[in-house]
Design a protein around this ligand. Structure first.
Ligand code: SF4
Ligand code: SF4
Length: 390
């Protein structure tokens, strides 16, 4: 039976983190089950871009610090790795991400090695989802003796939820991510491609940083929510089924997780997952805000009426007052739909992947209805249904 451990952890204070991480791993069989002295252990973080830890969009560097200390004490060699999304001046902002996030500082202070996946070479694998003949994944994922996946608990404006399963998309180095995303534009298709990654790499442990989580329009433009939890599992899908349940969602409502289920990446039935630690069922996170997309498609939200209005689609649009002209959105768009000078989006080419919204560091790419009247009516309806039916 798949196991998910949930531990309370109110903040990123080092002693508390250490105590709760040690207790969580113990309930999965203890560190000796996973690592031994001399092993190269890769901590696969979520470094979506050059963001600071207070934004709740990246794995918190203190979380990584504590794990590094624990593993170093056990005689392991620790690597910290990822590849960020998007591009600035033709390159992925991973190096800047390591610097801005504080992860580089942690690595320096704790004696770990930074593995920028964009610069470490690739291993060719053969995927089965049919979108590519060959897929290229970051070499450290194969060179490490043991990999620990460290996702963040976040909502996702396009994919609804992002956690352990989606975090391995960062194993695709640099700009290839956008190229692959163009071939698998919607969440279901992207999920099948990410399942290929899970099938080709060997991740032994998944540990979710949900001390702070992101609510609303994640994975970068949402708001911080103090969830105060750490989740542990050897099964990424089981962990996400529990994570999504904490946000009040079923796996059937998260297309990317349905792809993981289809490809048998792990356990998808909540009633077949043993939950232990500080809880024996998924704890509720009161007042947690889900993305607009989920609120407008959730069953029971008077879907006929809401869908009529949703015929006028939600689309990304650049707010010129907030835009800093960094061109991250322009260079990251997988179909080059954003004009460099005016930041005008060509909706006839746009595949609605929402990468521009996800990657803009200044929250300048907003998700709006095409028609201002529909936008206003939808918001009124959401407010009405929320106050009467939730
Ligand atoms: S919208 Fe955001 S990502 Fe695009 S150019 Fe402006 S600031 Fe940069
Ligand atoms: S403009 Fe459309 S296709 Fe391009 S990144 Fe934004 S949502 Fe994706």
């Amino acid at each position: 039976m798949a196991k998910v451990i949930i531990k309370d952890c109110t903040d990123y204070q080092l002693d508390l983190l250490k105590k709760q991480i040690e207790a969580g791993v113990e309930l999965l069989g203890g560190w000796d089950r996973f690592v031994s002295a001399g092993m190269k252990v890769l901590l696969k973080v979520n470094l979506i871009g050059p963001k600071t830890p207070d934004t709740a969009s990246i794995t918190h560097p203190e979380f990584v610090r504590v794990l590094t200390q624990i593993l170093k004490k056990r005689g392991c060699i620790v690597w910290i790795g990822d590849s960020s999304g998007g591009a600035i001046a033709g390159i992925a902002p991973t190096a800047r991400g390591f610097l801005v996030s504080g992860l580089e500082k942690v690595a320096h202070e704790e004696g770990a090695v930074i593995k920028n996946f964009d610069r470490e070479g690739v291993i060719e694998v053969t995927p089965s989802s049919g979108y590519l003949d060959k897929m290229y994944l970051a070499k450290p994922m194969f060179e490490a003796d043991f990999v620990i996946n460290l996702p963040k608990l976040k909502t996702h404006s396009a994919g609804i939820y992002t956690g352990a399963f989606k975090n391995l998309f960062g194993c695709i180095p640099g700009l290839r991510k956008a190229e692959y995303h163009r071939l698998a534009p919607n969440s279901k298709e992207l999920g099948l491609m990410i399942a290929d990654i899970h099938r080709n790499v060997n991740v032994g442990l998944h540990m979710m940083d949900a001390v702070t989580a992101m609510q609303g329009e994640g994975p970068t433009a949402g708001e911080v929510y103090h969830a105060g939890k750490i989740l542990f599992s050897t099964d990424p899908l089981a962990l996400d089924v529990v994570g999504a349940a904490m946000l009040g969602m079923k796996i059937e409502e998260v297309p990317i997780l349905m792809s993981a289920k289809e490809k048998e990446i792990g356990e998808s039935a909540l009633n077949k997952i043993e939950i232990s630690g500080d809880y024996d069922s998924p704890p509720n996170l009161p007042g947690f805000k889900l993305p607009k997309k989920f609120r407008s498609t959730k069953q029971g939200n008077h879907k006929v009426l809401v869908r009529l209005i949703d015929l006028l689609k939600t689309r990304p649009r650049v707010n010129h007052k907030l835009c800093k002209n960094c061109n991250m959105c322009v260079e990251s768009c997988p179909v080059q739909a954003i004009n460099k000078n005016g930041k005008k989006i060509d909706y006839s080419s746009c595949i609605e992947c929402m990468c521009c919204h996800e990657l803009c560091m200044y929250k300048a790419v907003e998700l709006r209805k095409d028609n201002p009247l529909a936008d206003a009516v939808t918001r009124l309806l959401h407010r009405f249904f929320r106050s009467h039916y939730s």
